[in-house]
Write a protein that binds this ligand. Sequence first.
Ligand SMILES: [Fe+2]
Length: 238
Amino acid sequence: MQATFALPLRRAANPRALLAGALAALLPGLAAAQFTLAPLPYPSNALEPHIDAMTMEIHHGRHHAAYVNNLNAQIKQYPELATLSLEDMQRQISRFNMAVRNNGGGHYNHDLFWQLMAPEGQRGQPGEALLADIGKTFGSLADMKKRFDQAALSRFGSGWAWLIITPDRKLAITSTPNQDNPLMDLPDVQRGTPILGLDVWEHAYYLKYQNKRGEYVTNWWNVVNWNEVTRRYDAAMK
Ligand SMILES: [Fe+2]
């Protein structure tokens, strides 16, 4: 009896445990932080030479991290954010303020973007059904890329180009400003499920390409993870 009683006393007296308990009591806001920055799904130099390691490190470790931190700062004003998936947040984004729209959008968009690229040998090709649908909708894969490039290049300022599945299950190309995306319930957004998206903010390419957005877009096609695009297409068309 004596031994089992003594053990918890020794644990409670551990200064590290006492410090951790005191910090948890003093900083309850930390416990509410719901959204986290996942590590890149590959090394930061895995997309070279098309996208350089430093761009990836700054883009993920500073820009994406800032969207996550700024989104978590909004949980105090909107506690319900902590109960929503990132996708559901986009679908009802009109309920929230601009900080949630910009940073919630930024977190969703970048989470998706990292997955839509892959190291050499893991990129695959568009699946059979996706390729047939691209042919039916745009003429050919090359024609789809041309249309997508136009959307990326004509987006004035910062934003994204998207290949989406519309609510009537058709492929379409669209673009959004800032960190908006096609899931958002906003009047100026062509809505649908994104299966491919390209970040055309200058922070995505400026270190390597400076003002040459066209060159960045052309080279980006080399790193597209067609396995993931196909998986998303098949899931959306089920
Ligand atoms: Fe970005």
